[in-house]
Design a protein around this ligand. Structure first.
Ligand SMILES: [Zn+2]
Length: 191
């Protein structure tokens, strides 16, 4: 599927909005992305996972298990597990630290795919990578629905995303839309 078609699909579900937004970080932005608004529809979630799985298959990447960080990555991680026919588990954050709960674990020989909904700075994904490495597993790829860094983040493994977005964000004092007097919208809670 082409980037334009994907954008249209996200927009149709109000998952991708353009305008003038105040993000939870306080920064102003011309784009707002809320993956939960498209992933609430199982049919769309399944379709997006299949599209992402195609990219892995095209690159002959085989995996044993999908790991995604909660909350944002859980639904798309699970659908990736379905698309690839493997199990899907998730990490959680406890006292600021990324770890497995609920009895989830990895075997040393397993090939891991990390799945996110959105990659922005890549910092939280890197924390998951560091945690997974403790298990002695091989991380074979990172995937996300949306890459807001437009491919600028380097995880040291092949990285795939469905939609690559160059999102402009500004401090309030420097925001060109504020200067033009455009009304700022504060969307609902983050991710
Ligand atoms: Zn502004």
């Amino acid at each position: 599927m082409q980037q334009d078609e994907l954008k249209t699909l996200f927009k149709k579900n109000n998952a991708l909005l353009t305008g003038h937004f105040k993000l939870s970080s306080g920064l102003h932005s011309d784009t707002y992305f809320q993956s939960a608004l498209i992933l609430q529809y199982p049919k769309e979630a399944e379709f997006l996972a299949q599209e992402l799985a195609k990219k892995l298959k095209e690159n002959n990447i085989t995996i044993d298990v999908v790991v995604s960080p909660a909350m944002g990555g859980v639904i798309i991680g699970y659908e990736m597990g379905r698309a690839l026919g493997v199990r899907a588990i998730f990490t959680e954050r406890v006292d600021g630290k990324v770890l497995f709960k609920r009895g989830f674990s990895l075997k040393e020989s397993e090939k891991v795919l990390i799945i996110e909904d959105v990659i922005t700075t890549g910092l939280s994904t890197k924390e998951v990578i560091e945690f997974i490495k403790l298990s002695g597993c091989k991380i074979v790829a990172v995937g996300s629905l949306v890459d807001r860094s437009a491919g600028k983040v380097d995880f040291g493994v092949p990285t795939f995303s469905l939609l690559s977005l160059e999102v402009k964000s500004y401090k309030e004092q420097e925001c060109p839309m504020c200067k033009e007097g455009v009304v700022v919208i504060k969307p609902g809670s983050r991710k």
